[in-house]
Every structure is written in structure tokens, then in C-alpha cells.
Design a protein around this ligand. Structure first.
Ligand code: GDP
Length: 440
């Protein structure tokens, strides 16, 4: 996950500062030198780092901080504040025109995640009750049209295509089609290249001139670090983009691009891609990102994720089954599915304040949940409803079916039994507080 190294290093700098009690100018200078190193190692571009550190230093050596009772905390607050400024004070949103359709032109280099994010964006907008139309403007790779059709179908969005005709014409026709058929957002999936070249830019400029999009969103791959920022600068110089979608922030990235894009291009990051699934798109909130970088967690995004992805009806059904002591392994399995929809456990854990920065990736055993799911999958419906019927023979079959050992099946059954007993007690004793067993 992005920012891990940076969070770690900044955490260390600040805990050192906290140990100082009162601060003098030398302490702050030393801390700022370390902040500078940490940012450079996170691949933040050099001029941005220089400027950032200068701003923080200027504010931090002021008498207000030096004389305060909690100088280290004040320095952290200043860093937090400047990080937000670096990424943009406000959350940048899509600019919807008063008269639909809103035309969004997606552009970027090949492999950055353009097609994937066209679909993610469609899904995101559908949740806001919009009707997006996806448009296949990448006519050079025959597979590109098919890819868009596949991802479009996966998010249940209509795809407009005209085969390998002139992309400017396709874009123009798609808008007419959208107006005639009641689509209020048109997302153009344009062609990418491995490198920026003149033909590509000319084509994009021609499309822009023809359809005058409301948004030109540049899709850049955060894994490419400073290159991502250079690409953003070139595209912006030529196309005057309106915002950036920074993809693959879930990968092993140092996060530098997120901190440099706005300073270098003057254009905000509007969305972040945080995984391969169509749900893995987040609106980019500079303040929440700063919280995450400083290990303060991001409860708001966690709540939003839960709201969007957890099926309320399912939860109501579950609550009823819990009250009636009917919770079985089918319900447990359904719970795992809901958790999975919210993203990887490690990404969720990082959003919890106090936990971010303290839990290491290697400490989270994501496989355990998958193993438990595999075991439950190998049970028959009857076995899930009434685990007590699972005898030695059935255990062997379940273990073989799930690629686990009989001990694993035993452990799950034991934990589930404990859980059921505890739920019964809670039901009988009117919700008396009891410690929940560790599960799965
Ligand atoms: P395009 O050539 O720009 O259209 O790129 P694609 O949409 O085909 O994406 C290229 C690859 O990156 C695919 O394998 C995607 O699954 C993957 N990808 C896209 N976005 C993300 C993301 O946010 N996180 C991760 N982990 N992978 C992504």
C-alpha cells in the first residue's frame, strides 16, 4: 500500500521530536532534514520537497511553536496542514454541466488503467443515480473495444462503439446517441500509447476540439513514481486537462506521485484507483490522504466504503437471524463476502486511527479468511446449517475439498461452536457484555 515507508519514517521523526520536550531551532532543523529525506525516498519530486520543507520550517521555528507547551504536536500539525495544501485544500469533484450529458474524456498512456477506470467511474456514477454511456474510442488495438465491452458489462453500463472508424467521429456520434437515449454522462475511453507521441496528442486534441468535454481526466499509474508526474505535466501542457485519476495506489508504491501532481501540473487528483476490482475507486480527499500518511487513519472513507458496499437488507436479515439464534455457517460465509467487497483487509485496517502505521502488512493473514471461506464452501448446505452432523468422514471430505487439513476444519468448527454458544448467552441474558472470541 502506498505511503507505508513514508508513514513509518515520518512517525519516527515525530516520536523523536516528542521526546525532546521543548524544541529549539536546531531540533526542528534536524527533524526537517529527516522529513526531506523521507519525502525524497517516497519519490516526491525534488522541487516539491524543497518548497514543502521550506514552508514547514518557516512556520515551525516561529515563536508560537517554540514557546508552546506541545511543540512536537504543533510541528506535526503544521506538516499535516502543509500536506493537505500540497494535495489541494478541497476535494476536487467532477464538474457536471447544468445541461446533460456531461462529457468526460479519459486519456493516458497504455497500461495506466484507463479502460479499467472508465468502468470504475461508470459504476461510481451509477451509484449516484447517473446513466453513463461508455464509448470505445481506442480503435488501434482491436482488443480494446472488446475489453471495454467486457468491463462495461461487468458494471452493467452500455457501451457505444463503431468499430475501427475515426475516433473523432465516434466521439461526436456517441454524444448524439447519448442525448437521444437519455444517457446523462458520456465517458470516452481514448487510445493510449506506450509513450507520448505527436499522433496521439493530435488525435486527443481533435477529439477535444470536436466535443468540448466537461472533464479531461488523465489516468496515470502511481507505480511509475516521478514518471507519472512527468506524463501528467506533458499531457496537461498539451491538452489542459481538468484532473488526474491516480491508479494502482494499492500497489507497492512510495506514493510520491500523489504528493507531486498538483504542484507540478496545477491540476488536482480527483480519484484514486486502489485495486483491480470495479469497486476499487475512491474520491481523492487531500485531508484524508494526509491523515493516512501521518498514520492517523481515515475513518470517514471506511464508513463510506461500508455504506456503499454493505448490503443493508442482508445486514437486517442477519440481525434477525442473530436474535433468533439461527446464525449458521451460511451467514458466516455471507459476512466474509461483504467484508471482501469492501477491499483487502490490509487496506481497511490502515484506515483505522491508531492502527495505521502500527500494523505491518506481514502481520495481516488475509489467507486465513480465504481458508475459512474455502472450508465453508466445501460443506454441503445441510452441514453449514447444522455443523454438529460433521463427523470424521465428513471432515476428511471437507478438508480434501478445500485443500486444507482436518485440523483446520476442526479448528473452524470449534471456533464456530464457541461463537454460537456465546450468541445464545447474549440472546438469553439480554445483551450482557461479553468478550467476542477471536474469529476467524
Ligand atoms: P489501459 O491500457 O490504460 O486501458 O489499462 P487497463 O485498464 O487495461 O489496465 C492495465 C492493468 O492495470 C490491468 O491489468 C488492470 O487490472 C490493472 N489496474 C488498473 N487499475 C488498477 C488499480 O487501481 N490497482 C491495481 N492493482 N491494478 C490496476
Amino acid at each position: 500500500m502506498a505511503f507505508e515507508g513514508l508513514s513509518d519514517k515520518l512517525g519516527k521523526v515525530f516520536s523523536k521530536l516528542k521526546n525532546h520536550g521543548k524544541l529549539n531551532e536546531k531540533d526542528v532543523k534536524e527533524a526537517m532534514r529527516e522529513v526531506k529525506m523521507a519525502l525524497l525516498e517516497a519519490d516526491v519530486s525534488f522541487p516539491v520537497v524543497k518548497d514543502f520543507v521550506a514552508k514547514v520550517s518557516e512556520r515551525a521555528v516561529g515563536s508560537e511553536v517554540m514557546n508552546s507547551l506541545t511543540p512536537a504536536q504543533q510541528v506535526i500539525d503544521i506538516v499535516h496542514d502543509e500536506l493537505i495544501q500540497l494535495m489541494g485544500t478541497d476535494t476536487a469533484r467532477i464538474d457536471f454541466p447544468s445541461k446533460p450529458p456531461c462529457v468526460i474524456m479519459m486519456c493516458g498512456l497504455q497500461g495506466a488503467g484507463k479502460t479499467t477506470h472508465t468502468a470504475k467511474l461508470a459504476k461510481y456514477l451509477k451509484k449516484q443515480n447517473r446513466r453513463p454511456l461508455l464509448v470505445a474510442c481506442d480503435i488501434y488495438r482491436p482488443a480494446a473495444i472488446d475489453q471495454l465491452k467486457v468491463v462495461g458489462a461487468s458494471v452493467d453500463a452500455h457501451v457505444f462503439e463503431m468499430g475501427q472508424t475515426n475516433p473523432v467521429k465516434i466521439a461526436k456520434e456517441s454524444i448524439k446517441y447519448a442525448k437521444d437515449n437519455g444517457f446523462d454522462v458520456v465517458i470516452l475511453d481514448t487510445a493510449g500509447r506506450l509513450h507520448i507521441d505527436e499522433d496521439l496528442m493530435k488525435e486527443l486534441k481533435d477529439i477535444k476540439a470536436e466535443v468540448q468535454p466537461n472533464e479531461i481526466l488523465l489516468v496515470v499509474d502511481s507505480m511509475t513514481g516521478q514518471d507519472a508526474v512527468n506524463v501528467a505535466k506533458s499531457f496537461n501542457d498539451m491538452l489542459d486537462i481538468t484532473g488526474v485519476i491516480l491508479t494502482k495506489l494499492d500497489g507497492d508504491t512510495r506514493g510520491g506521485a500523489a504528493l507531486s501532481v498538483l504542484s507540478v501540473t496545477g491540476k488536482p487528483i480527483k480519484f484514486a484507483g486502489v485495486g483491480e476490482k470495479t469497486d476499487d475507486l475512491e474520491q481523492f480527499h487531500p485531508n484524508r490522504m494526509a491523515d493516512r500518511i501521518l498514520g492517523m487513519g481515515d475513518v470517514l472513507s471506511l464508513i463510506e466504503k461500508a455504506k456503499i458496499n454493505v448490503d443493508e437488507k442482508e445486514q437486517e436479515k442477519l440481525a434477525k437471524r442473530l436474535q433468533e439464534n439461527k446464525f449458521d455457517m451460511n451467514d458466516l460465509y455471507a459476512q466474509f463476502e461483504q467484508i471482501e467487497k469492501m477491499g483487502s483487509i490490509s487496506s481497511l485496517i490502515k484506515m483505522i486511527p491508531g492502527v495505521a502505521g502500527k500494523v505491518k502488512e506481514e502481520d495481516i493473514d488475509e489467507r486465513r479468511m480465504y481458508r475459512t471461506k474455502a472450508i465453508i464452501s466445501s460443506m454441503t448446505k445441510k452441514e453449514r446449517e447444522k455443523p454438529s452432523i460433521i463427523d470424521a468422514k465428513r471432515k476428511r471430505r471437507i478438508a480434501a475439498g478445500s485443500g486444507t487439513k482436518v485440523e483446520d476444519v476442526n479448528q473452524l468448527l470449534k471456533q464456530f461452536d464457541g461463537m454460537q454458544k456465546m450468541m445464545k448467552q447474549m440472546g438469553l441474558k439480554g445483551g450482557k457484555k461479553r468478550k467476542f472470541p477471536k474469529f476467524p
